[in-house]
Design a protein around this ligand. Structure first.
Ligand SMILES: *[C@@H]1O[C@H](CO)[C@@H](O)[C@H](O)[C@H]1NC(C)=O
Ligand SMILES: *[C@@H]1O[C@H](CO)[C@@H](O)[C@H](O)[C@H]1NC(C)=O
Ligand SMILES: *[C@@H]1O[C@H](CO)[C@@H](O)[C@H](O)[C@H]1NC(C)=O
Ligand SMILES: *[C@@H]1O[C@H](CO)[C@@H](O)[C@H](O)[C@H]1NC(C)=O
Ligand SMILES: *[C@@H]1O[C@H](CO)[C@@H](O)[C@H](O)[C@H]1NC(C)=O
Length: 696
């Protein structure tokens, strides 16, 4: 009997258990279950909270740390149990039931103003967020699923960096409502309402604890978010966000997980902490427990932040120091390298240039002396370059000839020569003080000769109170030029051919001494420094006939040019005229043939000249202008003639430069009056140029 009673009661119990199960499974409408939990700190809650990534519950103080200050970190912390938020009580079309949550958090930036990125309070279908990215994805979503309706996530974001809408609002420090999409649907800068119409703003990442209330009313679908610093005594009446969020219906699934996600950025980072958290859902007017601050763990101590910050700072300092050292070392190496290279270069120069030839100028000095090669300082433009006036503090007025060329090869030998010339010097040569090579410029520094060129003295308005150049000065000038040329041809260790003897290349100093300029520069042409091919150098009217044929300058061709210049000085006449039918030597020869050679003397002199000297000079001039180079006297002989140490040979009418003999050479006349003004010379640098421009 006892057994049957036992069996009956057992069966009854079984039935009750079974029937209750059937009831449960077949009527899901009634399955809404109120949920409620409260964490006053998280100590011992490891099993209740599923923390992943950078998130962890700190053993010592019980704080839930969502991320630390490492860069590019993500972390999630969800309540481990799923929450049912669908309310089926009234129909098959469910509602999202009411819920309420409250938490206190602290954000400590890695350095003030450089915090990032933020965290979210999230409803998620999973208790973690696999594949979520850092920075603006806040550990919640990633670039591929952001905005996808299949995410089924709702997030209230606490963002300290305006990371998502790029450039829209870089200030950050806002909260936002996100529905499957981290581009917030609703966004509010961080304030609390002190009264209904008085706002106070505050910072998310100030390091002070901040309290949040999230309240959702299922029937009205209104979500209220209130956020304020815990230092306020009571909750502000007016929520920061109060909005109908019908989107939740599309998001909330049968089971949802509630929790937090957080992320730091590549450059910005913060440590995100939750001090306490309460939650309640469904049922009658669910209300999350109030979190009493004194029951929560202490906020993360500022000491920690300082220490961490200090560690961080010292790392940065170490990095900066290391980089500085590396930089300094590199700079020193570079400097040494440059100096070494320069030393090498200098050594190269020193061999030939510096030791033997101390007349090198510093470019900077010349640059400043000529007022940066200012145009107003130009005193002449010759065939070889532009001449500038300058003033050196060390040596007074100078003339700087600037020779520009694409290539200055061979210039070294040239300078070597110039150096020697400058060292030896001659009173009838313009003193070459030195030189300077700068990039493609060769700069030659000469004494500044105040009276300008002979050319200008002969043809310009008479200087010195309207008095023309008197005879004895002319004769001295002629002898001076001869003396200078002799020096170049015979008295110096090497034969230097001037190649461009002409009035404009003779400068006259204060004491009316002639000084020959531009000597030796033709070498630059010969060496191919100034041009690629060998070219004929000279000025029409002064060019010996053989020059136009073979282009080879010789002492004899210099003598020819000297002869022309001599006649020019005596007669006060240009060597040729513009129509090309006048040649000074022929003209003088005619007077000679007629026995009245003195009629050739410059009319401006009147009778104030020494007839014997004039006759002598004209005869020497004619001698020098002989067609055949071999028949011309040397400069030494010329000087002896002029000094009366040797008798001048007789010149008969068959002397070699009649028109016919010139025709034989295929040259009608050297028919070109240089259009040069004073110091401008027409230096033709190619034979073909001469023939095409002046013989047709
Ligand atoms: C951030 O971390 C993820 C993996 O954790 C990595 O794939 C990504 O390259 C990192 N980004 C940066 C900028 O370091
Ligand atoms: C259910 O719906 C009816 C009418 O549709 C409404 O009167 C009632 O308040 C609802 N009940 C709840 C619990 O929402
Ligand atoms: C996310 O939201 C933003 C702003 O509302 C919108 O422009 C964007 O298209 C959304 N993304 C997706 C994938 O729907
Ligand atoms: C949204 O996600 C689902 C599931 O991952 C995927 O099949 C779908 O292609 C995604 N839609 C878009 C627009 O990316
Ligand atoms: C939301 O805020 C409004 C206005 O402040 C208030 O009337 C309403 O009761 C609040 N709702 C909830 C669910 O707290």
């Amino acid at each position: 009997m006892g057994i049957s009673r036992f069996i009956t009661s057992f069966m009854l119990l079984l039935f009750l258990i079974l029937s209750s199960n059937v009831f449960k499974c077949s009527v899901p409408v009634d399955a809404t279950t109120a949920a409620k939990f409260t964490f006053k700190g998280f100590k011992g809650s490891q099993t209740a909270i599923q923390a992943e990534g950078a998130s962890t519950i700190q053993h010592d103080n019980g704080l839930l740390r969502l991320t630390d200050r490492n860069h590019n970190a993500t972390g999630t912390a969800f309540y481990r149990e799923p929450i049912r938020l669908r309310d089926y009580t009234n129909s098959t079309n469910f509602k999202v039931c009411s819920f309420s949550s409250s938490f206190v958090f602290v954000i400590i930036p890695s350095s003030p103003g450089n915090g990032g990125f933020g965290f979210t309070f999230t409803l998620s279908p999973t208790p973690n967020r696999p594949g979520a990215e850092s920075a603006q994805y806040l550990g919640l979503l990633n670039r591929y699923n952001n905005g996808n309706k299949s995410n089924h996530v709702f997030a209230l974001e606490f963002d300290t960096v305006q990371g998502f809408k790029d450039g829209a609002d870089r200030r950050g420090n806002h909260i936002g409502l996100n529905f499957n999409n981290l581009s917030s649907e609703v966004q509010e800068p961080l304030i609390y309402y002190e009264t209904a119409d008085r706002k106070e703003d505050f910072q998310l990442d100030s390091g002070e604890p901040i309290r949040v209330h999230v309240d959702y009313d299922g029937s009205s679908e209104i979500l209220n978010v209130t956020i304020y610093p815990t230092r306020l005594e009571s909750k502000p009446e007016k929520p920061l966000i109060s909005r109908r969020v019908s989107e939740l219906t599309g998001i909330v699934e049968e089971e949802m997980y509630v929790g937090f996600t957080a992320a730091t950025g590549k450059d910005q980072s913060s440590a995100h902490y939750v001090m306490g958290w309460s939650f309640a859902s469904c049922g009658e007017n669910p209300k999350a427990d109030w979190l009493h601050l004194e029951q929560l763990p202490d906020p993360p101590p500022p000491k920690t932040s300082l220490r961490d910050k200090k560690g961080y700072t010292s790392q940065v300092v170490a990095l900066i120091v290391a980089l500085s050292i590396v930089t300094v070392v590199l700079l020193v190496l570079l400097f040494v390298f440059v100096m070494y290279k320069r030393q090498i270069q200098e050594d190269e120069i020193l061999e030939d240039w510096e030791i033997d030839y101390p007349h090198r100028f510093k470019y900077r000095d010349l640059y400043l002396a000529t007022k940066r090669f200012k145009e107003s300082e130009i005193i002449g433009t010759g065939g070889f370059g532009i001449v500038y006036r300058g003033n050196l503090s060390s040596s007074g007025p100078i003339a700087v000839k600037k020779i520009t060329s694409n290539s200055l090869q061979g210039v070294r030998e040239f300078v070597a020569e110039i150096e020697s010339l400058g060292r030896l010097g001659h009173k009838n040569l313009v003193n070459l003080q030195g030189w300077c090579k700068h990039k493609n410029d060769l700069l030659l520094v000469y004494d500044y000769i105040p009276n300008g060129s002979l050319d200008s003295l002969l043809y310009r308005t008479p200087r010195r109170n309207g008095v023309v150049l008197p005879w004895d000065v002319r004769f001295d000038i002629i002898k001076g030029i001869a003396s200078g040329l002799l020096y170049l041809h015979e008295e110096w260790e090497q034969i230097v051919i001037h190649r461009d003897v002409k009035a404009s290349n003779v400068l006259i100093d204060e004491d009316m001494n002639a000084k020959l300029g531009d000597f030796g520069l033709a070498r630059l042409y010969e060496r191919g420094t100034l041009s690629q091919t060998t070219k004929v150098v000279g000025t029409l009217g002064y060019m010996a006939p053989e020059l136009t044929r073979n282009g080879k300058g010789s002492t004899a061709s210099d003598v020819f040019a000297f002869g022309v210049l001599l006649l020019e000085i005596v007669c006060g006449n240009r060597p040729t005229n513009s129509s090309g039918d006048f040649f000074l030597a022929d003209w003088v020869m005619e007077f000679h043939a007629n026995g009245g050679i003195l009629s050739a003397v410059d009319q401006k002199l009147g009778s104030s000249f020494n007839g014997i000297e004039a006759k002598l000079a004209l005869a020497v001039g004619l001698l020098c202008c002989h067609q055949k180079p071999k028949s011309r006297p040397s400069m030494r002989m010329v000087l002896r003639y002029l000094n009366g140490e040797e008798d001048v040979p007789r010149i008969d009418e068959n002397w070699g430069f009649s028109d016919s003999s010139r025709d034989d050479l295929g040259i009608n006349v050297v028919g070109y009056v240089s259009s040069d003004k004073a110091s401008t010379s027409n230096t033709f640098s190619s034979c073909s140029e001469v023939s095409s421009s002046s013989y047709r």
